[in-house]
Design a protein. Structure first.
Length: 208
């Protein structure tokens, strides 16, 4: 899928504005510049950033109610996927986007992207386990295996939340293995960027 087609989908199907897309263009160019020195993303994906990283991240805006004045946390945000893309999309100043990343280098990159695109995002440096996870949405992409994500949802998250996990080509195999011995309830959505990839969505209720 070429870059212009991705931009059309963002604008016409996912609710991004032209200003959002312009910010993603800045993000794109800065990511390529940083990646020449630092391994923020795989070099093999540099020519496919719009589809492989931006659109893959952006597709989950369909499952998040940004107008609700709540918050989301992106665990293991890395180079900003999906968290920075969601922060760029967010149009509600009362909805908070928190990016958790343990790498100081990647946190510096995320802070720079937030600054040069004038995007509101909280960069949380260090291990997620050192923070109180109290967001209404817990998001992850290429972070932990499913059993660990289930543990985070059950044991670490402090309030009721929706967990949204982006999983790649081996998604179904990992799902089958992880859920053999648990009654963890979830639903699957197909990814729009890869027919073998899945989006796992679970609503976790806690006594508050």
């Amino acid at each position: 899928m070429n870059d212009l087609r991705v931009q059309e989908i963002l604008l016409n199907n996912l609710g991004f504005t032209q200003e959002n897309v312009n910010k993603l263009k800045i993000f794109h160019d800065e990511l390529l510049r940083y990646n020449k020195k630092f391994n923020l993303i795989s070099r093999s994906t540099e020519n496919d950033i719009w589809s492989r990283h931006f659109l893959d991240s952006a597709q989950i805006v369909k499952f998040i109610h940004f107008q609700d004045n709540k918050s989301l946390c992106d665990l293991g945000s890395g180079a900003g996927f999906p968290g920075m893309v969601l922060a760029i999309f967010n149009k509600n100043p009362n909805f908070h986007v928190k990016l958790y990343e343990k790498s100081p280098l990647k946190c510096d990159f995320l802070s720079k992207i937030a600054k040069i695109t004038d995007t509101k995002a909280e960069i949380m440096t260090g291990s997620y386990s050192s923070y109180k996870i109290d967001s209404s949405y817990i998001i992850a992409r290429a972070f932990k295996k499913l059993p660990e994500m289930i543990r985070i949802s059950r044991e670490i998250a402090k309030k009721s939340h929706k967990m949204i996990i982006l999983k790649g080509k081996n998604a179904q195999e990992e799902i089958n293995k992880a859920f053999q011995s648990t009654n963890f309830k979830y639903k699957l959505e197909n990814s729009i960027t890869d027919k073998q990839s899945k989006i796992i969505i679970s609503n976790a209720l806690k006594s508050e």
